[in-house]
Design a protein around this ligand. Sequence first.
Ligand SMILES: [Zn+2]
Length: 466
Amino acid sequence: MSIQLGTKKVGPNQMVISRKRATLLLHSQIVGRYPWLRDILERDGCLRGKVLETLTKEQRRIIDVSLEAMITRASDEWVSLSRVEIAEGKTQCTLCGKKGIKWKCFIRNKISDEEMLVGSECVKHFGFRRDGEKTLDQLIKDAERLWRLQLLGEEFDGVIERLEGSSSFLDSQPIVIPSRLARPYLSTARELRYSLDKFLDGKVRRGDEELHKESMLRSWNNFRRRIDEIERHVKEFSGHPFAPTRAIAQSLIRSGNWNVIEMLRENELITALTLHRISERGFLRSLIPRWNIIFESTGAVFHEVHDTRPDYEFEFRSHRGIRFVVPHSKLSMAYGTMIFGEKPIEELSAHKLFGMSTLGGSYSRVVRELLAPMINRTGYRIENIHVNDGSVVVREGDDTFLVIEEEAMAKSLVDLALGFSDQSRYKVLSFFQSPRHRRYNRRQLDALREAMRGFGESPTGRRSAR
Ligand SMILES: [Zn+2]
């Protein structure tokens, strides 16, 4: 005898709602709309064909038309969590009641917040939406790895963390780690990761496990020894004046000088070979006291590192206040060996130092205080200095005048001003006689000044400072 359900015929013992579907419905909010159905499911744990006879026509119609949608709604209420654990003993799936499931998967009801422990088969069967990025298979693989990791015991505590941070460990040290330490560190890390993955992914043959574990333990101990070595090295050298700091490495990376970093890794410390290739401000500043000892006899006094360029600012004791700048790279190529207590490549003299430097301002002082008396002795005469636009008017003859940029004059003749050239008269003359300076008579000069006032331009073409 069968029962009519819509267009189908159902046998008296046939399942209309299976046990696991019944459990899902009972744990879901949707069933609250059908108290009669909830009562049956609570009483029987399922719905068989013969019970249909006790239902009203309308209730039967609901079962026939809406059951599938109800189940879908019920499973939509649940999300499967990113938590999968390996099950032990006779763990039971809450939905289907199966005992001895292998994986404990956790699902949570979005409405009631209830959590439920189910087997992976039921997660797949109901297709619960995932909470998180990983697929169920990935979660199961993770859980399996975790379980195997626990089998390894305390001897391997921290192994995963150490391996995961193995490359950032080197980069996070306060100094550049030399290759002789970094290379074996990275290769033991690779070796350990390989054999650990093999074990955690269950790819070690049964029977080989003990042997594999022993070899893993050796790798792990090797790896930890390498870490200790690096930590000892950092402790010993991080205060060393020539240890390549992280700031130095970062500035080299910013400028794309990977080869210099490579050299520092090989040499361990900054040497005469790498000194001139480094431009990090903090390091350059740390060298100033050393340069001052080296240049003591030349009368040069180093003060600061230039704001924007890897240059030093210095002055000669004989002419305080007249600033020069010299590039660190030039200075180190000539005298860098002396920083390390060796002989210089260039002969050490004020003259040579002067030769690699440029005047760093104080042009008016150089022109007015130092050059004016020398120029006057040659028959030329400084008429006028326009401090605001930086030009100088020089009288050449009774009615001939030159207009020259003060900076150009100071830079060209500063060697005379400081006594680094003995051919002063000849140099002054050849500078002024050069055809590159334009010549004016008094009338033209006045007109030029008039025009300048109008346009705010200097006669040498430079924008007025005002
Ligand atoms: Zn199940």
